[in-house]
Design a protein around this ligand. Structure first.
Ligand SMILES: *[C@@H]1O[C@H](CO)[C@@H](O)[C@H](O)[C@H]1NC(C)=O
Ligand SMILES: *[C@@H]1O[C@H](CO)[C@@H](O)[C@H](O)[C@H]1NC(C)=O
Ligand SMILES: *[C@@H]1O[C@H](CO)[C@@H](O)[C@H](O)[C@H]1NC(C)=O
Ligand SMILES: *[C@@H]1O[C@H](CO)[C@@H](O)[C@H](O)[C@H]1NC(C)=O
Ligand SMILES: *[C@@H]1O[C@H](CO)[C@@H](O)[C@H](O)[C@H]1NC(C)=O
Ligand SMILES: *[C@@H]1O[C@H](CO)[C@@H](O)[C@H](O)[C@H]1NC(C)=O
Ligand SMILES: *[C@@H]1O[C@H](CO)[C@@H](O)[C@H](O)[C@H]1NC(C)=O
Length: 582
C-alpha cells in the first residue's frame, strides 16, 4: 500500500512543474506534425452523441502481447461493416502498446510498424463513417500501474508522455472523428492514486498538444482511477484549463457484478431493487459531473454468462437509463460475446434489436422471468422448456408489454405464421401456446436442445424469440474422484442434453458448510453455496470444469465435497452431483 506518499512527493506537486519536467526531456520538437487536411472541430458532447451507441473491438489490438494473440485474428474492415450494419456509430479501439517499444528510457521509442497498424485500423473505422476512440489499454497493469508499492512514478510519467507524444504525432492529422482516451482502467484505491491519474491526464494532454497537428482541438475522454464511476466521482479533477481540448469523462460499468459475471448463482436480474441500484449508480456519476459529457466506454451482459430473459431486460433498462442521464454507451465485445466475426452473425440478435430500439427511445416489450431472490426455481419467458418424455401441455408465458400489444407470431426458420385462436391465444400480458401446436414442433423423435424458435412481434419495439428447447438432465461420465495430488483443473466428462452449459455450481463440504464464500448462506435458495463462473468453474463441449482454485480449497479444507452442477431450467432435480473425496 502507498503510505503518505513516501518516496513519491512529486505526486502531489503542481502539475505544471512536472509537465515542465516532462517537456525538458529529449523531445524532438522539429518533428511536431503539421497537417494538410482539414479538421472541423466538434464539441465533446456532440462527439459522444454522434458515436452513440458504440462498440468495442475488444481482445484484438489490446491483446497481450500482440494483435492475434488472444481469441481474435487481426481485425479486418468487414468487422466494422458488421458493427455499422448493427447500428453502432462509434468504435472504441483498445490498443496495448507495452510490447511494441523498441527502446528504453528516456526515449521509449514505439515500433513504427505498430503505430502504422493502429493508424490503418483507425482509417478502416473512419472511412466507414464511424467515429473512433483510441486508447492505451493493458499498459495500465503491464507498466503504468502507479498503485504498486514498487512503482517508479518517474518512469511511468516519462514513458506515458513519450508514448502519447508518439501516438499524438502519428495520429496528429486524423480528422475530428478520432478521439483519444489516456489509459484504460488504471488500477488504484486511494486519493493519492486519484491525484496521480489526474496528473497523468494532464501529461497526456501535454503530450498530444506538443505533438501538434490537430491534436489541440481533438476530443478526449479523460478517466479516473479504475475508470469506475465511484472512484472517478471521488477523485477526478478537471484538467489544466490551458489545454483547449474538448473533453468528456469516460467510465466503465459492469454491475451488478454477480449477474454480469455469473457469480454466486445470480442468474436472475430485473427486480425493482436491481433496477433502482443500476439507476442510482448512473445517476450518481451524472450528479457529480452535471455539465460534463459522459460516456460509458465499456458495459456488457454477455450471452456467455447471463440468462436470456434477464439479459434482454438488462439491455433495455441499461440503455434507457444511460440515455436518461445523457450518457453515451460503448458495448464491450471480446469476440466471444456478441459478434461472431468469422460468420458476421450476432450471437444474440434479439439483444441487439432491443438496444437499437431502446437507444432511439422506442418502447420494447420484454420477456418476464424470475426476479424474486427468495424463489426456489427460475422461470423464463424466453424459453418453452420441454422435459424429454414428459406430456406436452399448453404453455402460458407472461410478457412485460410496456403498453405494446402482441402482434404476429411466426416460426423463425420458415416464417410460417401461427394461427391466433388455435396455435396460440393471448390473455392480458400472457401468450399461451396450445398443446396441439406444440405437438407439431416437439415430436417423439425430437432431439434434446433447441428444436425451434418462435418470433414474437409487438405493436412496437424489438421482435423477441421464444426458444422451444427440449431437455433432460445431463449425465456425468464419472460421479466422484479422489482429490488430485497436485493443483490443476479437473475436467469432468459430461453428456449435455439441452442447454449445453451449467447454470450454477454449488459446493458443500462433508460437514454441511459451503466450500467457498460462506456468506452466501444469507442469499436466496438459488444462490446459497454457489461458486463463480470462470474463476471457479467453467465448461466446454464435453466437460464441466472445476478450476484448480476450487480443488485447492478442498485441499485446504481437508473435507470431501459434493459439487452440485445445476442446469437450465433451474427447477428441482435438474442437477447432478460430483464428489471429490479426501
Ligand atoms: C525510475 O525511472 C527513471 C526514469 O526512467 C530512472 O531514471 C530511474 O533510474 C528509475 N529509478 C529506479 C529506482 O529504478
Ligand atoms: C457523487 O458520487 C458519489 C459516489 O458514487 C455518490 O455517493 C454521490 O451521491 C454523488 N453525488 C451526486 C450529487 O450525485
Ligand atoms: C447532454 O449533455 C450535453 C452536455 O454534455 C448537452 O449539451 C446536451 O444538451 C445534453 N442533452 C440532453 C438531451 O440533455
Ligand atoms: C425417453 O423415452 C425413450 C423412449 O420411450 C427412452 O428410451 C428414454 O430412456 C427416455 N429417456 C428419459 C430421459 O426418460
Ligand atoms: C400467465 O402465465 C403464468 C406462467 O405460466 C401463469 O402462472 C399465469 O396464471 C398466467 N396468467 C394468465 C392471466 O393467464
Ligand atoms: C434458436 O435461437 C437461438 C438463439 O439465437 C439459437 O441458439 C438456436 O440455435 C435457435 N434454434 C434453432 C432450432 O434454430
Ligand atoms: C446432491 O447431494 C446433496 C447432498 O449430498 C443431496 O441433497 C442432493 O439431493 C443431491 N442431488 C442430486 C441431484 O443427486
Amino acid at each position: 500500500m502507498m503510505v503518505g506518499g513516501v518516496g513519491k512527493p512529486l505526486l502531489f506537486g503542481a502539475a505544471a512543474t512536472l509537465l515542465h519536467g516532462a517537456l525538458a526531456l529529449n523531445i524532438p520538437r522539429a518533428q511536431d506534425a503539421t497537417c494538410t487536411g482539414s479538421f472541423t472541430p466538434v464539441s465533446a458532447s456532440d462527439f459522444l452523441a454522434a458515436m452513440n451507441p458504440g462498440w468495442n473491438v475488444g481482445n484484438t489490438l489490446d491483446a497481450v502481447e500482440n494483435e492475434g494473440d488472444w481469441n481474435n485474428p487481426p481485425v479486418v474492415g468487414a468487422t466494422f461493416d458488421d458493427a455499422k450494419a448493427a447500428g453502432f456509430k462509434g468504435i472504441r479501439l483498445p490498443v496495448t502498446w507495452a510490447y511494441h517499444f523498441t527502446s528504453q528510457s528516456p526515449d521509449w521509442t514505439v515500433d513504427p510498424a505498430w503505430l502504422q497498424r493502429v493508424s490503418d485500423v483507425i482509417d478502416m473505422i473512419t472511412s466507414r463513417g464511424l467515429y473512433a476512440l483510441v486508447n492505451v489499454h493493458h499498459d495500465s497493469w503491464v507498466w503504468s500501474d502507479y498503485s504498486q508499492a514498487s512503482a517508479n512514478i518517474t518512469m511511468i510519467e516519462e514513458k506515458f508522455y513519450k508514448l502519447w507524444y508518439q501516438i499524438g504525432t502519428k495520429l496528429a492529422c486524423k480528422g475530428a472523428q478520432v478521439a483519444f482516451e489516456p489509459i484504460n482502467e488504471p488500477p488504484g484505491t486511494t486519493a493519492e492514486h486519484g491525484a496521480e491519474q489526474n496528473k497523468l491526464n494532464n501529461i497526456f494532454l501535454q503530450a498530444i498538444n506538443d505533438a501538434g497537428g490537430f491534436n489541440a482541438q481533438r476530443v478526449v475522454t479523460l478517466v479516473g482511477v479504475g475508470e469506475d464511476g465511484v472512484k472517478t466521482s471521488q477523485w477526478f479533477k478537471a484538467p489544466d484549463p490551458k489545454f483547449k481540448n474538448p473533453w468528456a469523462i469516460q467510465y466503465h460499468y459492469y454491475s451488478p457484478y454477480d449477474f454480469i459475471f455469473s457469480a454466486w448463482g445470480k442468474t436472475t436480474w430485473g427486480s425493482d431493487a436491481d433496477k433502482a441500484a443500476l439507476e442510482a449508480d448512473i445517476a450518481a456519476v451524472r450528479g457529480n459531473f452535471s455539465s460534463i459529457p459522459l460516456v460509458i466506454g465499456e458495459w456488457a451482459a454477455s450471452p456467455v454468462a447471463t440468462e436470456t430473459a434477464a439479459r434482454w431486460r438488462y439491455f433495455d433498462f441499461f440503455i434507457r437509463t444511460a440515455a436518461k442521464y445523457n450518457t453515451s454507451t460503448v458495448l464491450w465485445d471480446n469476440g466471444a460475446d456478441f459478434l461472431n466475426r468469422a460468420t458476421h452473425e450476432w450471437r444474440d440478435s434479439v439483444a441487439e434489436d432491443i438496444r437499437r430500439n431502446a437507444v432511439k427511445g422506442v418502447v420494447n416489450s420484454l420477456p418476464d422471468s424470475t426476479t424474486d431472490g427468495a424463489s426456489i426455481e427460475q422461470f423464463s419467458s424466453a424459453y418453452i422448456y420441454h422435459k424429454l418424455n414428459s406430456t406436452i401441455t399448453d404453455v402460458s408465458l407472461p410478457f412485460i408489454l410496456n403498453g405494446n400489444a402482441f402482434s404476429i407470431v411466426k416460426l423463425t426458420k420458415t416464417g410460417a405464421e401461427l394461427k391466433k385462436g388455435s396455435d396460440y391465444t393471448t390473455s392480458g400480458t400472457n401468450i399461451t401456446f396450445s398443446s396441439s401446436f406444440l405437438k407439431t414442433v416437439i415430436t417423439p423423435s425430437s432431439p434434446t436442445g433447441s428444436i425451434a424458435n418462435l418470433t414474437l412481434s409487438f405493436s412496437a419495439g424489438a421482435d423477441l424469440l421464444v426458444n422451444i428447447l427440449q431437455y433432460s438432465t445431463p449425465v456425468l461420465g464419472t460421479t466422484s474422484s479422489a482429490l488430485p495430488a497436485t493443483s490443476s483443473d479437473l475436467a469432468i466428462p459430461i453428456t449435455w442434453a439441452g442447454q449445453n452449459r451449467p447454470a450454477a455450481v454449488k459446493a458443500v463440504k462433508s460437514d454441511g458448510t459451503f466450500l467457498v464464500d460462506d456468506w452466501t448462506q444469507y442469499l436466496g435458495p438459488l444462490q446459497q453455496g454457489r461458486m463463480t463462473y470462470s474463476g471457479q468453474w467453467d465448461w466446454d463441449g464435453s466437460h464441466v470444469i472445476l478450476k484448480a482454485a476450487v480443488l485447492d480449497a478442498v485441499r485446504s479444507a481437508g473435507k470431501s465435497t459434493v459439487f452440485t452442477v445445476e442446469f437450465y431450467p433451474r427447477v428441482a432435480g435438474n442437477a447432478v452431483n460430483y464428489t471429490i473425496t479426501v
